[in-house]
Write a protein that binds this ligand. Structure first.
Ligand code: NAD
Ligand code: UDP
Length: 317
């Protein structure tokens, strides 16, 4: 049995990870200050004998008495939508700090506990990519001081900090670049495209496509992603490696709107709004490294993942 600390464990991906770890029989210390996450996500585990919740900001110093075999650092606001109260644009300084000082504090903890460390980076480190699909060897095309820079540069700094601890102190670091992920436990007001479209479709509100809708994304169902995250933590050969995790099946945003409308049998009309600044035109992971190193293969199709997500949102609306 391993004891894992999950920073950001009350968020969308973090709570799904906690669930999977508990099901596997591991102990979980969930650390979260609930800035963008929700206690509701972890209510089912609060009475579980192997689950501890610490309401704690990881940018502040804190002590963990238990032995820890691995730390997953997923703590960070993650939505780019300035209209959402949960976006990194709503929490710009907090986003920079959690990916810099927060990463430093958690790496120090990993060093002290001789624990493995998995850092949640993002496809955003590739910015508006000039190559597609994006392999880990691509250095990206990022605006270093634009409206998304608190997140993009925060994550790039977090990667640099993690690799420094690997090279200088031998901390057993692994970095995952997560691509767009969706599924149950997403917040309906997080402003991301899947949650927006499903909520709009179910409530009869207009479905808001930003720009011409021809920009692309590649969406991974959260259970598939969590499988990859655990593989990355557990694989002996992954020390010091940077790995893309996502589903390479690419869609335009216009196609996503049409699929959501069909699956919800919605009468919502589709409206077009301005494209946000620095919105990447395409995004598709090259996952050959994750396949070879981790045996990672995302299994769930977009339609079936969306059906599960729609079912979840129906229960919340
Ligand atoms: P989320 O907002 O649902 O979860 C993040 C969690 O971190 C929240 O519960 C929040 O309260 C917590 N948190 C933030 N700052 C904190 C701090 N200072 N101290 C303690 N807790 C803090 O977002 P998510 O979608 O679950 O994303 C999780 C991680 O994965 C993030 O690091 C994000 O950058 C990364 N990621 C997500 C996606 C995606 O599509 N969801 C894509 C790429 C990368
Ligand atoms: N988007 C959209 N309508 C919405 C929300 C988002 O058209 O209501 C677009 C957004 O401009 C981007 C894509 O959908 O091109 C994915 O946005 P999201 O915020 O989910 O994630 P991103 O990949 O931009 O981080």
């Amino acid at each position: 049995m391993n004891t894992y600390l999950v920073a950001g464990g009350a968020g969308f991906i973090g709570a799904c990870l906690c669930e999977e770890l508990l099901e596997k029989g591991d102990r979980v210390i969930c650390v979260d200050n609930l800035i963008t996450g929700s206690k509701e996500n972890i209510v089912p585990y609060l009475k579980h004998p192997n689950f501890i919740f610490l309401d704690q900001n990881v940018t502040e110093k804190f002590v963990v008495a238990n032995e820890v075999s691995g730390i997953f650092h997923l703590a960070s606001p993650a939505s780019p939508n300035s209209k959402s109260p949960r976006s990194y644009i709503a929490f710009p300084v907090e986003t920079l700090l959690v990916n810099s000082i927060g990463t430093y504090n958690l790496l120090e903890l990993a060093k002290k506990k001789h624990a493995r460390f998995v850092y949640a980076s993002t496809s955003e480190v590739y910015g508006d990519p000039a190559v597609s699909p994006q392999p880990e060897t691509y250095f990206g095309n990022v605006n270093p001081n634009g409206v998304r820079s608190m997140y993009d540069e925060g994550k790039r700094f977090g990667e640099a900090m993690s690799m420094t601890y690997y090279r200088k102190f031998g901390v057993n670091v692994r970095i995952m670049r997560i691509f767009n992920t969706y599924g149950p436990k997403m917040q309906k007001d997080d402003g991301r495209v899947i949650s927006n479209f499903i909520t709009q479709a179910l409530t009869g509100e207009p479905i808001t496509i930003y720009g011409d809708g021809l920009q692309t994304r590649s969406f991974c169902y959260v259970k598939d992603l969590v499988d990859g995250i655990i593989r990355l933590m557990e694989e002996q050969q992954a020390k010091g490696e940077v790995v893309n995790l996502g589903n390479p099946t690419e869609h335009t945003i216009k196609q996503i709107a049409a699929i959501v409308k069909k699956l919800t049998d919605s009468n919502s009309k589709i409206v077009y709004e301005d494209l946000p600044e620095d919105d990447p035109k395409k995004r598709k992971p090259d996952i050959s490294k994750a396949e070879a190193l981790l045996g990672f293969v995302p299994k769930r199709s977009l339609e079936s993942g969306l059906e599960k997500t729609i079912e979840y949102f129906r229960s919340k609306i």
